[in-house]
Design a protein around this ligand. Structure first.
Ligand SMILES: *Cc1c(COP(=O)(O)O)cnc(C)c1O
Length: 475
């Protein structure tokens, strides 16, 4: 009995097509035009393996018929597409969070993308001094424009702001004390914690004040033999409200001058323009920090600045020179793509209205409410009109708020319009999951069992992608 059963299973297994046979299938032949053979063969092999496994499994083995070659091919193609997909891919950001660290932070200005391509397509004077015909320094490239825009004596660009803070502390305060207010010992996320970074850099943290209030005399009383630096950290992602006190930067600078110490500021986002005319809370700009007399300022290149990932260090000539000489700088150095994109982005700041228009991060933050409203209604109507207007979706335009993100301006404080979609067929969670699985994925948020898409962060062409995704879901 068992033997007979075994024989019929063997017969069925024998009926399965071989990889070689399947490779001749027209759809596989077509796929081989654009997918490497190795991936196609692997997919066929794995699909056949799982079919065999199923036929042999006692649960449905005896009665299961072997799938047709067509079916095996279809299954392999799904697997093949998965294997051949890029892991890093574009997504539609419908979250309304402009500087979304998980979604790649800032989009680059077209000008920056062009320079980036140019420097990749041709050789460049990255480390070549053209006037002298000999080896030069890569650090000169972004430095000139940074000095011009911020008024700083000198500048250095490293891999990101975490690296910038680390390098500054390691160079200027290794084995020396750095005084920081308890209210500014922040965790930025992604395991960047000021106390940890400080410990890793070799600087010794000296906390002063209380969580909510720190006074100038707290700093003053903490100054001792080993003190080297007074540090101010921008509380990027949280805000102290209520009974609070912070020492103004100018006062810290005065104190440091009197006691022959240095002042460093980690600005975090470090905007180069004032965002308060948009109704946002006042953010200190990098220029203001320089003007206040801070010895060293650090900030990110891809937050409010709207450039590539980078950490920018501005400061006094001799201090920046010390940072450049630190052997760690070699480990934190930026590549030519970063420098090309950063220089092009910074040049747009020579004319502020141009910066607001051309830098996507700034443009999205400044998008007029009226434009957002129109965009939301257009998208909502598009979804309603799908499938000949057969009301598949319950679509509304709602007032809501967007976030700047990237740790800048933590409250939801940019008024916006969102398209809210509910479905009688699917829960919001299921809808969210399906849209996230779309190609390209659409990332929104759920509120009151509705899927919300904030139009502020949508780019040209995203409407079509969203409509296509909803049409496919309805089908
Ligand atoms: C974001 C941030 C950092 C880290 O900057 P990265 O460019 O992400 O490395 C450090 N400090 C503050 C205050 C920040 O907001």
């Amino acid at each position: 009995m068992a033997n007979e059963e075994g024989r019929t299973i063997q017969d069925r297994l024998r009926k399965l097509p071989s990889v070689d046979e399947l490779l001749k299938h027209p759809q596989i032949q077509e796929t081989l035009q654009h997918v490497p053979r190795k991936i196609v063969v692997e997919s066929l092999r794995e699909t056949l393996e799982s079919v065999r496994h199923r036929l042999l499994s006692p649960s449905d083995g005896p009665s299961a018929e072997p799938p047709s070659p067509d079916l095996v091919v279809q299954q392999s193609l799904v697997l093949c597409a998965k294997k051949n997909a890029f892991t890093l891919q574009p997504v539609v950001n419908a979250t309304g969070i402009v500087v979304h660290t998980n979604l790649g932070r800032s989009l680059l200005a077209e000008e920056a993308i062009q320079r980036l391509q140019m420097v990749c397509r041709s050789y460049s004077n990255l480390e070549y001094d053209l006037s002298r015909g000999r080896r030069g320094s890569r650090y000169v490239h972004a430095e000139a424009i940074l000095r011009e825009i911020t008024g700083a004596e000198a500048a250095l660009v490293v891999n990101n702001n975490a690296a910038a803070v680390f390098l500054v502390l390691n160079t200027l305060a290794k084995e020396r004390e750095v005084i920081v207010s308890r209210g500014q010992l922040v965790e930025i996320g992604g395991s960047f914690r000021i106390p940890d970074v400080m410990a890793a850099s070799g600087a010794i943290l000296r906390e002063v004040g209380c969580t909510n209030r720190t006074h100038l005399h707290d700093y003053e009383n903490a100054i001792g033999e080993r003190t080297r630096l007074l540090m101010k950290v921008h509380c990027s992602n949280y805000r102290l409200i209520g009974f609070t006190a912070e020492v103004p930067l100018e006062d810290l600078v005065c104190l440091a001058r009197r006691r022959n110490l240095l002042v460093a500021e980690d600005l975090g986002s470090g905007s180069l323009v004032d965002v308060s005319p948009l109704g946002l809370p006042r953010e200190p700009t990098a220029q203001e920090a320089v003007r206040a007399g801070v010895d060293v300022v650090t900030f990110s290149g891809d937050k409010l600045l709207g450039g590539p990932q980078a950490g920018i260090i501005l400061g006094r000539q001799e201090l920046i020179a010390q940072c450049k000489k630190n052997p760690l700088t070699r480990a934190l150095r930026v590549d030519k793509m970063t420098l090309a994109a950063l220089e092009a982005t910074l040049r747009l700041y020579r004319d502020e209205p141009t910066a607001w228009r051309r830098i996507p991060t700034l443009e999205m933050i400044a998008r007029p409410l009226e434009t957002l409203k129109e965009a939301a209604h257009r998208l909502a109507q598009g979804i309603r009109d799908l499938n000949g207007g057969a009301h598949q979706w319950d679509v509304h335009v709602l007032e809501s708020t967007s976030q700047v993100g990237g740790g800048a301006l933590p409250e939801r404080n940019l008024p916006t319009f969102v398209v809210a979609v509910a479905s009688p067929r699917w829960s919001a969670a299921r809808l969210e999951e399906r849209l996230r699985a779309h190609n390209p994925p659409i990332i929104g948020r759920i509120e009151s069992d509705r899927f919300l898409m904030d139009v502020r962060t949508l780019q040209k062409g995203d409407d079509e992608i969203i409509l296509h995704a909803f049409a496919a879901l309805a089908a």
